[in-house]
Structures are given as structure tokens and as C-alpha cells.
Write a protein of this length. Sequence first.
Length: 398
Amino acid sequence: MKTVHVFTVAAGNYLPKARALLASLRRQHPDWRLHFAVSDAPPSDEALAGLGADEIHRLDSLGIPNLRRWAFSHTLIELATAIKPFVLKKLLAREDCEAAIYLDPDIAVMSPMSEVAGTLKTADIVLTPHMTAPEQTLAGIVANEISTMQHGIYNLGFIAVAARDEGRRFAQWWSDRTYRYCREDIPDGLYTDQRWVDFAPAFFDRVKVLRSPGLNAAPWNLSTREMGGSLAAGFTVDGKPLVFFHFSQLGVMPDARTTGGQAAAAELVAWYRDQTTATAAEKAISPHYAFGRFDDGSPIAMEQRLVYRARPDVQRAHPDPFAAGDGAYLAWWKAHARHEYPKLFNADTRAAEMQHLMAFLAYRRDAEDIVGDGDVQPAAPAGGMTSRALNFIRKISR
């Protein structure tokens, strides 16, 4: 019998949030099948059992080519977002899948997702925008509208895709893009998996954008939405039931920003903090990201990731970039990087050279032959591009 499959993706540090999300889904939709995909080293069996997921998906089960060197080329956030379409493809291929829904782990579902489920009967791709009403102040325009233009019109903390041909075609396209270009590189027009989906309404049929205020309520849209109600009576947004709230950046930004200064939102945040208190098993999880260190324990710097990603000759010579010791990528870095990339080792030029490397990866035009075949990126010149060449590429690419 076909059913709706819901999945989330997280590293070990987000396990308490993923547990709270899955528990909230189970309360509202006990008949849906719930999945957790691990973007890190698998936590303990006890911690995974406490999640309440029906199925666990490890990275090596997703069919991602060259997994070790691909993982090395991404930060924690880039990797967690890059694998989303691979999990989506896997679920949409199942015989028992009617539709697949992704939700970020820092979301809680507070009432049934009936509108989403109903929309999937006729739409193949369902999205929610960051904002559904224009800001009325300059501060709001800068904080929310300009930020949305940089990060993507649609918030990919949520996406729903029907298990039909168009949905599967979308998932394949999306995974092709995130395999190569899932980067936090706003200056060059890239923001993880999210910016790519701005293309969805132009590239695919039967895309539906839901604008109900109770869907994906979040800090970036509370300035144009009014929360009411309570935990006991049920929360509302603009007088309609709150379906799911996105607690993005909770604990990073001030609570006043998260709640928009609204009492109902403050009560919801207090409840969420209680729900996400770590269990003993979750506290025992290593605080270190599995792909954040070389095998000898030394931390991986962003420039080491960028250079490795830009150099297929280095990738071929060092297929396991995490290895340490003689003949490993780390040894190559210590012996050659300072000579080949001197600007990375100068505090005055490092930031510009880092952006230079990211731009090189973003604007290259010679990668058509390797898209989708699981091979590595074409080589970058050891010294990078000249400013004139970079400016020319920027000009013709915009």
C-alpha cells in the first residue's frame, strides 16, 4: 500500500532536534513512514533507536559516487544539504511511495499537514517561500527581503514531491546540481541546495507554491505574520492553524528575533527548548563532525577542501583525502600548498584568495563532460585565474 514518506537529514549534533521533529510528525500523521538520513558518522544504536524513525539511511546507502572525496569537498552544512535530493530519489523509487516530504530537523509539526497532502494529489512539486507578504520597513527589507534574494526565494527546510515521473525528473536534476554545486558561496550566486530550486517553476510542470501563513512560519517571516493561541489551545498564524514552525538559528540569534516579540511564539520556543533537551545517549555523541578532521585528528581547513575540489590531479593521486602519513593529501598540502597557493598563507590576502578559488569553481565552463558520471572536476591552474580572466567570466556568466 502506498503512503507518504517523510525524511530529515542531520549530523550527530542535531539529533535532539531530529527526534523532536519525528515525534511531532508521529503525533499528527501516525500512518506516514518516517526516515532519518545521517550526514555524519552513524551515532550509537541507542541514540538512533531513540529517534523514533522507521528507517535509518547512512551515507554509503545513497549511491553517491566517490563518496570519501566528495564528502571531503564539503562543509558540514553543504554536505547535509547536498544529500537531500539523493535521499529523495531513493524514496521516490520505492513501490510503496506515494510522495516524499523533506523537513529540516529544526522544525516541529503542530497540526496536520492536510493542505500539503491534498496538494500532492495534483501537483508534483510543492514549495513554500521564505516570505508571502512584502516588508513595510527598510530594516525588514534588508533583514528579510534582500537576505531572501541571496539565499533563495523558497525555503528548502520543506519540500514535497510526488512519486510520479515529473517528481522523479526533478529529483534527478536537483541531485545533479547538488553533487557539483552545493556550496555556501553567496557572492557567486550559490547557496547550498536552496538557490537551485528557484529554477523549479521554470524548469518543471505542476509546481505549486503554498502561501498559507501556517506553513513554514519562521523568524524571517514573523514580521509579516501574527501568531496567536497557546500550546493548550493550539497555535495560530493570522488566525489559521500553525502547521509547522521552523526554529532556524534558535540559540544563535536573540530570542526576540526568533519570536518577533510575539508572546505566542515565545511560548512555542520555550516548549521546543524542552523538547530538544538532549538524552543521555545523545549527550554521549562525539561533538566532532566525522568529516571535519583528517585521520590523524588534525582539523580540515576550508582552503584544504577548496584546493582539493579544484584539483583532479591531486584527487587522483590521493583518492582518500582524509588519510594521514606519507603519500597522503595532507602530506602533499604541507609540501606543496604554500608554494602553489602562497596567497592562502598570507593573512592580508587569504580571504580574497579563498573567494577567488570559490569563484573559479562556480564559473568554470569546461565541466559538461563530467556532469552525472561521478568523475572528478577538471583541473584548476595551480596559481588560479588572473583577475582579468575572473572578471571576464563574471561578466559573461551574469
